[in-house]
Write a protein that binds this ligand. Sequence first.
Ligand SMILES: Nc1ncnc2c1ncn2[C@@H]1O[C@H](COP(=O)(O)OP(=O)(O)O)[C@@H](O)[C@H]1O
Ligand SMILES: [Mg+2]
Length: 226
Amino acid sequence: MLRAGIDNKKNPLILCGLSDDNIDRLRSGQPIKAELWSFGVNLPGTLSIIHGTTEADIEAILRKHDLIRTDSSGKTDPRIVAEAEARAQHKHILIAMCGLPRSGKSTWARKTSYPIVCPDAIRLGLHGQRYIELAEPFVWATAKLMVRSLFLSGHKHVVFDATNANRKRRKELESPDWGLYFKYIDTPKEVCLDRARETKDEAIKPVIERMAAAWEPLSEGEKLWP
Ligand SMILES: Nc1ncnc2c1ncn2[C@@H]1O[C@H](COP(=O)(O)OP(=O)(O)O)[C@@H](O)[C@H]1O
Ligand SMILES: [Mg+2]
């Protein structure tokens, strides 16, 4: 482990770089511990690093090594617990975005670091235009093929980045081969229109208006990604 630090009294910074060996050690369930002073900062205390697949695993490792007291409960993020439950239920998970154009779907999708299937990107790759009616059956067939092939090549999660504004579209994403969850980016229409205005994208504005007017909210049977 490479240790470094900046000993600034107001804002001490601790840097720790893990080597492949360190990562292997963590993966085998061994925590890494280091005194804070060993980073070159004038601070009492110890830094401990743990790795686990789920937060429950991490809590078990912390208890095993007496890093937390037996009567103290580890603080878990309910969102991560819900994600772990979904992962335990399904071998493959399709997270379908849901939201108006400019709501922030692609921004969220990129943050996950999961592979993204995006009909808008397929359109640009295929014919270079935002929308050509004649090409749409091919765009959707390509999108579905991409989802299936990403799962077959070993990905556990795939994000489907489209507006998915109506039930018919969302229903088409169902399959016995994966669990389907929706990530709804609930940005108000006015904000989406402002964003379109800021980027001088006049063409998208009527699409936003039309889609907002015909929006079909998610129903109870449509599961939300946490
Ligand atoms: N959470 C956010 N807060 C502020 N701006 C955002 C947020 N998410 C996205 N944006 C901005 O909004 C614009 C549209 O985002 P994008 O992810 O492309 O939307 P979509 O894929 O739904 O059309 C981009 O300029 C992006 O930087
Ligand atoms: Mg997008």
